[in-house]
Design a protein around this ligand. Structure first.
Ligand SMILES: [Zn+2]
Length: 343
């Protein structure tokens, strides 16, 4: 048996159990990891609250990303060895469908996410396909490395695969403080792009500025579109990164320069904003949907982190026994950076 955080129902924190679950048995082709840290993501709240539309069976261990140490592995494995410090990519795809064969495993219809479709990372032991395990950047702690597998990977795909961000361009990131938004700020700044961020909280804006944000907009007290135009000499931004949805959609569209690109990976305030089709075709805007990232994007992200020495932003680190408090903090939206659970 092992200690884990698992769901035995759907609802509030009362369905989140901290206790004993059977230790996984490693299958051929898998790596058994002794986990050291995992982080909370919005999807953990979704799984706790309803999990609707996601095939899973209860009880199920929570958590998508994580970092740990290789404990057991196939003798034939050449890329990893026992004792390696590693982090986990949370999506296990089939490897055989048309999407997997063209290197887009993240589009695989059979993809199984840890913590969504199968037992997750908030546990002492995890067994997962070897191709989902990557060497931890040496300059990062397990807590910091655990962050990369969801938020930075998601931001990476949005910025570089979807929006094709260039170093001389300007991006607008809505809702700074959340994991993906902060990752987008960090990644875009390290490539040289100019970054404008929004928040309803002046403290978060000040902290974003310390992390290099070139422009800050308080979306409660300022008109976002007017402020964007003032910060870009009336031009607008090349790229918008957003996961807020309906509440910011109209401002997001109006903040884009002609030919600009908007990438969305979430809709926490609603998913049915007006499409504004005339604006889309006349100004030739591009809109991309994006979720997580592929294994090859993980490889690129880690090379980037090693080169730039990027360090993810952590708000608070909790013990496993404090997971309920960590979930409450995540629901509050007050955090600036990731909430990490040590294992
Ligand atoms: Zn597949």
């Amino acid at each position: 048996m092992m200690q884990a955080v698992y769901l035995n129902g759907h609802g509030g924190n009362e369905v989140v159990q901290i206790g004993q679950r059977p230790r996984p048995t490693r299958q051929s082709g898998e790596v058994l990891l002794r986990m050291k840290a995992a982080t909370l993501n919005q999807v953990d709240l979704y799984m706790r609250n309803s999990g609707a539309g996601i095939t899973h069976t209860l009880p199920q261990i929570m958590g998508l990303d994580g970092a740990g140490v290789v404990h057991e592995i196939d003798a034939s494995e050449t890329r990893l060895k026992v004792g390696d410090a590693v982090l986990v990519h949370p999506g296990v795809s089939c490897g055989r469908c048309e999407f997997c064969l063209r290197g887009e495993g993240v589009l695989c219809p059979a993809i199984a996410y840890l913590g969504e479709h199968r037992d997750g990372t908030l546990s002492e032991w995890v067994s997962v396909k070897a191709s989902n395990v990557f060497a931890k950047p040496a300059h990062l702690s397990f807590e910091q490395a655990a962050v990369l597998g969801v938020t930075h990977l998601t931001a990476w795909r949005m910025l570089f695969t979807k929006a094709q961000l260039k170093p001389w361009e300007t991006i607008l990131v809505f809702g700074i403080g959340g994991g993906v938004s902060l990752a987008a700020l960090q990644l875009a700044k390290l490539t040289g792009a100019k970054v404008i961020v929004t928040s309803r909280d002046d403290d978060k804006l000040a902290r974003a500025q310390q992390l290099g944000a070139d422009g800050i907009i308080n979306s409660t007290t300022q008109d976002v579109v007017k402020s964007v135009m003032a910060l870009t000499d009336g031009r607008g931004v090349d790229v918008v990164i957003e996961n807020v949805g309906q509440a910011v959609w109209s401002s997001a569209m109006k903040s884009l320069v002609r030919g600009g690109r908007l990438v969305t990976c979430g809709a926490t305030t609603g998913d049915q904003p007006p499409a504004d089709l005339r604006r889309i075709f006349i100004r030739q805007l591009q809109i991309f949907g994006s979720t997580l990232g592929d294994l090859h994007e993980m490889t690129d992200l880690l090379a980037f982190c090693n080169r730039t020495q990027l360090v993810p932003v952590i708000d608070t680190t909790y013990l496993l026994a404090q997971t309920h408090a960590a979930l409450d903090k995540l629901s509050s939206g007050e955090q600036f950076g990731k909430l990490v659970i040590t294992l």
